[in-house]
Design a protein around this ligand. Structure first.
Ligand code: 1GP
Length: 249
């Protein structure tokens, strides 16, 4: 399975996509199978797995359960090079282009090469832009970087354009997991209008209405995580928001 080809194909067809983010740390090992069975019939495009800080060793158990019970492409959304696992289909090779921490622009990637080669999983070169969200998120704290201010859409747009010129394959605007404020629509619009690459948007999306407005603004792929840990019943509404948007186009 080629995950990038699937993302591009849907984008070319004008179809929006949804990824559900699972942070293995927020669950018990026996939860994963139950969750996978619950998810399997829903039109979820990708399952993202990972976290800024994983304290428990549950990544493998999570991937194993979802691989057994579902057909979703499994994509690692890594907080560190230790989160490489051959049971996934792909990994977002994130370059934190909103920050100026050389380690997160190239350093960790150098260290990750042997693990990535061994795992033989698809690498998705992703320009990752952290956007200020009303509080310090774990991603911001752990990365020791300043996010792009939420009212500086122009900075986000220029950063995304530079990343596209540098040859990244995906642009990810992220307010950070559990963000108070999600990425503003104005910023999404400006970035969308200035790049060709698929645009991923996530962080702090809590309602189906918010999901819809991110899609209208120009997001190609939404990532929803935190709110579903708190209110699992919202999962259906979130996937419906994307499904209904696609039906109405
Ligand atoms: C975080 O974009 C993801 O990096 C998803 O954010 O967990 O707030 O939905 P939430």
């Amino acid at each position: 399975m080629n995950v990038y080809a699937a993302i591009l194909e849907k984008k070319q067809q004008g179809k929006k996509q949804i990824a559900i983010l699972i942070d293995p740390d927020k669950h018990q090992e026996h939860d994963f199978k139950v969750m996978a069975k619950r998810f399997q019939k829903l039109p979820i495009d990708y399952l993202f797995v990972g976290g800024s800080l994983l304290s428990y060793d549950l990544l493998d158990a999570c991937l194993t359960a979802f691989k057994m019970e579902t057909k979703f492409p499994l994509v690692i959304f890594p907080g560190s090079v230790m989160q490489v696992n051959r049971k996934a289909d792909a990994i977002l090779l994130l370059s934190l282009v909103s920050g100026r921490n050389a380690d997160l622009l190239i350093g960790r990637h150098v260290e990750a090469v042997p693990y990535l080669k061994q795992a033989k999983i698809e690498t998705l070169s992703t320009a990752y832009l952290l956007i200020e969200s009303g509080k310090i998120t774990t991603a911001q704290y752990i990365s020791s970087t300043l996010p792009i201010p939420a009212d500086k859409a122009e900075i986000a747009s220029l950063t995304a354009q530079a990343a596209e010129m540098l040859g990244h394959k995906l642009i990810y605007l992220d307010a950070g997991s559990g963000a108070l404020n999600s990425v503003p629509e104005e910023m999404i619009k400006l970035v969308r209008n200035n790049i060709q690459l698929p645009l991923i948007v996530g962080g702090g999306i809590r309602t189906a209405e918010q999901a819809k407005s991110k899609l209208i603004a120009g997001a190609d792929l939404l990532v929803i995580g935190n709110i579903l840990e708190q209110q699992p019943q919202l999962l259906q509404q979130m996937v419906d928001a994307v499904f209904n948007f696609n039906q109405s186009e």
